[in-house]
Write a protein that binds this ligand. Sequence first.
Ligand code: TRP
Ligand code: SF4
Length: 330
Amino acid sequence: MSSKKRILSGMRPTGPLHLGNLHGALANWVGMQDEYDCFFFIADWHALTSDYEAPGDITRYVGEMMIDWLSAGLDPEKSTLFVQSLVPEHAELFLYLSMITPVPWLERNPTYKDQIVQINNKDLSTFGFLGYPVLQAADIIMYKANGVPVGIDQVPHVEITREITRRFNFLYGNVFPEPEAILTKTSKILGLDRRKMSKSYNNAIYLSDTPDEIGKKVSQMITDPQRMRRSDPGNPDVCNVFEFHKIYSETGIWEAIDPQCRSAEIGCVECKKIMAESLIKAMEPLHERRSYFMAKPELVKEIITSGSEKARKVAKETMEQVRAAIRIKD
Ligand code: TRP
Ligand code: SF4
């Protein structure tokens, strides 16, 4: 048995991952693989709570997401990588937890209240959508995870998980540890148009973009909006391209660009070319791993199957304890 602390996190397979996802979550997971006993999973049932009308897309995105993960450096030798629907025990635990979760806890969930108001192209007034945090609680405590690396938006869900855990332990005996959120720093990466990088804004650079596509997208990026002409001095402090430089270019490069931009010695076209080169170089190891796995679809399938079997072993043990605690079987 390893003495490492266990962490668990998941992502909904709703589309290809972009640099915002990489820096807001995935890179952080990759960095935790040696220190923690890691469980990472693709939450396809959670995707279904809102996208139940288009389930075909979800299945396709599951495979693509695993390739995104592997290309980013998640390693099936180190971490348990699995798919939620391949571990049906999650549904059973969800059912037991739903028996003890008061509906008002779910109705006052800020994410739920927001989404119900904001998303009006889908009917979210379903039982499954209200119960989203209960399924998430099942995901987390199934593996007795101590920590849940998530962004700030997911903190209310981890909080509900803690409440449900306490209630379960109080009613049936101490089966589960109370998990804690491990806050991920939010990504400073903005989209090409300076809004939050998002699939739905069509402003994202994807992990799967080729060097050519990256070059094209970078050339379309909005820079300092005050800098209209090449001869205008610019302000790197308000320029998104400069933010990218600080992440992807060597320090010497962007330190030199800073005064050149302010004095209009360098133009945005050239500055972007340099940044695109740095970004493409930084993405090279990801691109290499991607081509490796794209050429081996059987291997990717096998990684999904064996990771899910590994997870399922743990889940089965937990469910034995849960059924015994609830005295559903003797
Ligand atoms: N709700 C999470 C999200 O939208 C995904 C998720 C499902 C999750 N189950 C989880 C995250 C368990 C952490 C732990 O990002
Ligand atoms: Fe931004 Fe570079 Fe243009 Fe300056 S020169 S405004 S840092 S893109």
